[in-house]
Design a protein around this ligand. Structure first.
Ligand code: ADP
Ligand code: MG
Length: 244
């Protein structure tokens, strides 16, 4: 592990019964690095991100956050540091946008209502949604709901943000507003791992692209190399499928 890794994944495997989904992933993530995770459906992108956030327990291997191994015992402190945004936003339908953002700071950090509301509005400002603070998810578009979900993940001030295909459930005309917000976060120097099929975003924003193939990182590199001139035939085949 290099010294400036914020996240260090070593020999990570995950099997579901006899299905070996992750088959030995090694990855060091530098503070501030933006990594795009690409690969065919079923290649293990979600499972990998879910292992990093401990929504799944790895079968073997280790994940370290700032040098400390993530285990069942410190799962709550790890989750505070590693926020996650899902394909389906999973907002609480009976809570307003602001309440969705403040619920974790109130319960997990024990913030006062006034403090949580103040910081919650700042988070909504980051995703350009202060005008919808008091609306319920059902009153928001998919893109707006996803931006609330991003604000909610930001509310615990995580050091690392994981995004699992955050725009794939959106109507095409709503994708841009979510990518814009993610671009802003990347520009601020936040460490991000993003599973995505948005090659324009990967190319513009990512420092490094990982191509996941059948549970291994088959190839990785800067977008200018991996997306333009991949080394591996399987990467090339994937890219030509997705770009056609
Ligand atoms: P991706 O996100 O790249 O599409 P996933 O990580 O979702 O890939 O899935 C990888 C493989 O793991 C798929 O074959 C999927 O069916 C399987 N899988 C994922 N989650 C589970 C689970 N909870 N139980 C059994 N199989 C699973
Ligand atoms: Mg997935």
């Amino acid at each position: 592990m290099s010294n400036d890794s914020i996240l260090s994944v070593s020999k990570l495997t995950k099997s579901f019964g006899r299905l070996d989904v992750l088959r030995g992933i090694d990855l060091d993530v530098t503070e501030g690095e933006v990594i795009a995770l690409i690969g065919a459906s079923g290649s293990g992108k979600s499972t990998f991100l879910r292992c990093v956030n401990r929504l799944e327990t790895p079968t073997s291997g280790t994940i370290r956050f700032r040098g400390t191994e993530c285990t069942a015992a410190n799962i709550n402190s790890v989750r505070k540091e590693i926020g996650m945004v899902f394909q389906r936003f999973n907002l609480f339908p009976h809570l307003t946008a602001l309440q969705n953002v403040t619920i974790a700071p109130l319960r997990v950090l024990g913030q006062s209502e006034a403090q949580a509301d103040k910081e919650g509005m700042e988070m909504l400002e980051r995703v350009k949604l202060t005008s919808k603070a008091h609306n319920f998810p059902g009153e928001l578009s998919g893109g707006q709901q996803q931006r609330v979900a991003i604000a909610r993940a930001l509310a615990l001030k995580p050091a690392v943000m994981l995004f699992d295909e955050p725009t794939s459930a959106l109507d095409p005309e709503l994708v841009g507003e979510v990518l814009e917000v993610m671009k802003d976060l990347a520009t601020e120097g936040r460490t991000m791992l993003v599973a995505t099929h948005e090659m324009g975003f990967a190319s513009e924003v990512a420092d490094r692209v990982l191509f996941l193939d059948e549970g291994v990182i088959l190839e990785q590199g800067p977008p200018s190399a991996l997306l333009v001139n991949p080394r591996e035939e399987r990467t090339r085949a994937f890219l030509s499928r997705i770009l056609s």
